[in-house]
Write a protein that binds this ligand. Structure first.
Ligand SMILES: [Zn+2]
Length: 287
């Protein structure tokens, strides 16, 4: 072992390149669902400037603004190289990514952000609470999933905070931030207009609205009240959104397929969460 390290160190010194090491930002986080989430699927164009560069059970979107690229979400840490490869397969250069928008500070959607920001030079964008979580790489103290524990690579590069309703304009594209709290208090959904000729459609990338928690947590407790109110706010927002195409952070939370182009997809997405939360609150009463 000593000889191997010495040889590598000598080679590195001789060539001027750093010793190849294990990349701390892409070390796998493995759960019972991670393989299913990261099932490989080819990257595809959705409509106009909108593309999917993620996986079978985990959405990652790419927007070609005409003046740089914008990525939405980073999946798990080990997913970063595949996301970059998918972007190259579509003919884009990952170094043209200017911003990476985050939907929530959890390992499955944000674990890859640190590696992606490092490898592309892009600025990570999130809500204020979202950015706090991304900086810590851990659940917030009030997160319903706090007791699950664990951590993921923290974003250490400068971030940009966007508030509810704020618009980021890049090239010909305006991207609007929509606060959609409930699953986490920092959850944010994003929408933009994608055009083909004169025909334009609004694409919504919705954060997870899944009312899940660690085992002993109660949404019906005082600590859960802001989350229940957050979900209610998110349902109002989703229902009111102009929404021709819906991409949900976990595609299976919206039904079949990688995205939905049916009218009412955002309303249906809110309804599914509303029903799940109602069931959850009813079940808590019997415990
Ligand atoms: Zn989550």
């Amino acid at each position: 072992m000593f000889e191997t390290i010495s040889l590598m160190a000598w080679l590195a010194a001789a060539s001027g390149t750093p010793v190849p090491a294990v990349d701390p930002l892409t070390q796998p986080i493995t759960t019972s669902r991670s393989a299913e989430w990261l099932a490989p699927v080819p990257p595809e164009k959705i409509y106009g400037n909108g593309y999917l560069v993620g996986f079978g059970g985990m959405s990652v979107a790419l927007i070609d603004t005409g003046d740089g690229l914008v990525l939405i979400d980073g999946a798990l840490p080990q997913a970063a190289p595949a996301i970059l490869a998918n972007i190259r397969t579509l003919g884009f250069d990952p170094r043209d990514i200017k911003f990476i928008l985050s939907t929530e500070p959890h390992f499955d959607h944000a674990g890859g952000l640190a590696a992606l920001a490092r490898d592309t030079g892009a600025t990570v964008v999130a809500s204020a609470r979202g950015a706090e979580g991304l900086k810590s790489g851990r659940h917030a103290a009030d997160d319903p999933q706090l007791a699950f524990g664990g951590s993921w690579p923290a974003v250490t590069t400068p971030m940009r905070v966007m508030n509810d309703g704020e618009v980021m304009t890049l090239g010909k594209t305006a991207i609007t931030a929509h606060a959609t709290p409930g699953h986490t208090m920092g959850s944010m959904s994003w929408s933009w207009q994608a055009c083909e000729g004169k025909r334009c459609k609004v694409i919504v990338f919705a954060s997870s609205l899944n009312p899940v928690s660690a085992d002993d947590y109660r949404f019906s407790s005082p600590a859960g009240a802001p989350f229940v109110a957050g979900f209610a706010q998110s349902y109002r927002t989703m229902v009111a959104l102009s929404c021709d195409i819906l991409i949900s952070a976990h595609p299976d939370n919206a039904g079949e397929g990688r995205y939905r182009a049916d009218p009412g997809a955002c309303r249906a997405y809110a309804d599914r969460s509303r029903e799940a939360l109602a069931k959850r609150l009813a079940a808590e009463k019997t415990k």
